[in-house]
Design a protein around this ligand. Structure first.
Ligand SMILES: *Cc1c(COP(=O)(O)O)cnc(C)c1O
Length: 396
């Protein structure tokens, strides 16, 4: 793009109902009630964060962070390969390896960077990277950056993935998928994908940003739910800013894979290490994830309650049993209108529009948290059903 005034593009976004807006949040309070206070003082019930276990504002996690900051300072000073790799990072990596049942784990600053790092390290120029059509943007960007040939198969369509693998003259380098799809809440067909990837000697990369801490008998995520081993799914990516309520990400796998990433993943090598207080906060969060299974049980129970009530109120839900519950409205205008109506009723539910979701599938993306109360969930469904009724009336 040549240098030129940008206001034409910006006003076009506005006209197409595609302009994004940031909302400034002042504080969150939780006493069994998940609410957020906006700058200006208005209080809303938040149904848009990925804080599934209600840990993001947990006082013990904040205390672990400030205690570490007092001891180690706020900044890590350099990258992990220079002087930035601290004791808290090392311990957290060991604990994440133990939690996921893998030989080793390595921390990345963000999930976005972990995905760029993994795909660019594992996929060479001209090799095949195969992605689900609804994969997270960071997996797509990793594939683009790698210079690999990159193909997307229809969402959750294992037969299509197998066809693409079979058509490729050489073995694929990487098959990558979200474990739980971030905008749809459904779980990838991981068992079949693992079989297909293994048959074609490809690395299966599972980005379990939304499964970790939530799914599986002990919160170890979608791989635990399907009973898949490190051999089945050799590259596990987890993010720490969602169910763990902290910040950062990690990759867990065999020792040689992790050592290879430390040597080769450029978004790991060429960036300042996470602040140690962030790692200390995550260690406390990991402890709570394991010690308080009621959080996982509660968010899943609230999800079931939401689905049951929404079904009874004829709100059209997607095929998701995770705390991500999309209500597809089909246009950006309708989604923004619904967001506005819910805002007026005291709920913060963000409209999700292209390019985050395909055109025609614009939606409200509702997320449940262990920190919600039953009353908040019921009240949301009641307001949703009114919007739904009005939408139907408008279509007739
Ligand atoms: C949020 C998310 C990421 C990015 O993680 P960050 O730590 O926020 O950068 C990657 N993959 C998926 C599926 C996500 O939902």
């Amino acid at each position: 793009m040549k240098r030129q005034p940008l206001d034409a593009t910006l006003s076009q976004l506005e006209q197409q109902h595609l302009k994004r807006r940031r909302t400034t949040v002042d504080a969150f309070v939780e006493h069994g009630n998940r609410v957020m206070t906006m700058a200006g003082g208005r209080t809303l019930v938040d149904f848009s964060s990925n804080d599934y276990l209600g840990l993001a504002h947990h006082p013990a996690i904040a205390a672990a962070m400030s205690e570490c900051a007092a001891r180690c300072g706020a900044g890590s000073g350099a990258s992990h390969l220079v002087t930035g790799h601290g004791v808290e990072h090392a311990r957290l990596e060991e604990e994440l390896a133990a939690f996921t049942g893998r030989e080793r784990a390595v921390l990345f600053s963000t999930g976005y960077m972990a995905n760029l790092g993994v795909i660019t390290a594992l996929a060479g120029r001209g090799e095949l990277v195969l992605l689900d059509r609804l994969s997270h943007a960071s997996l797509i960007d990793g594939a683009l950056l790698s210079g690999a040939r990159f193909k997307r198969y229809a969402h959750a369509d294992v037969a299509a993935a197998e066809r693409a693998l079979a058509e490729s003259s050489e073995d694929a380098a990487v098959v990558a998928t979200d474990g739980v799809f971030s905008m749809d809440g459904d779980v990838a067909p991981l068992r079949q994908l693992a079989r297909a990837a293994k048959a074609h000697r490809a690395w299966l990369v599972v980005d379990d940003a939304h499964g970790l801490g939530v799914l599986g008998a002990s919160g170890r995520g979608s791989l635990e739910q399907f009973g898949l081993s490190c051999d089945d799914a050799p590259v596990l990516i987890g993010t720490l800013g969602k169910a763990f309520g902290s910040f950062g990400a990690f990759v867990a796998g065999a020792s040689d894979l992790i050592e290879f990433l430390i040597q080769k993943a450029r978004p790991y090598i060429y960036t300042t290490a996470l602040p140690q207080p962030v790692a200390a906060a995550t260690r406390k969060a990991l402890e709570l994830v394991q010690r308080e299974p009621w959080r996982r049980e509660r968010v899943l129970a609230l999800t079931a309650r939401f689905k049951k009530a929404a079904g009874a109120a004829a709100v059209a839900l997607a095929d998701s049993n995770t705390p991500i519950q999309p209500v597809v409205l089909g246009s950006s205008e309708a989604a923004l209108l619904a967001q506005q109506e819910l805002l007026e009723a005291g709920f913060w539910v963000v409209a999700i529009r292209p390019p985050t979701v395909p055109k025609g599938s614009e939606r409200l993306r509702i997320t449940l948290s262990a920190a919600h109360s039953e009353e908040q969930v019921d009240a949301l469904v009641e307001h949703l059903s009114r919007i739904h009724v009005r939408q139907q009336a408008a279509c007739e």
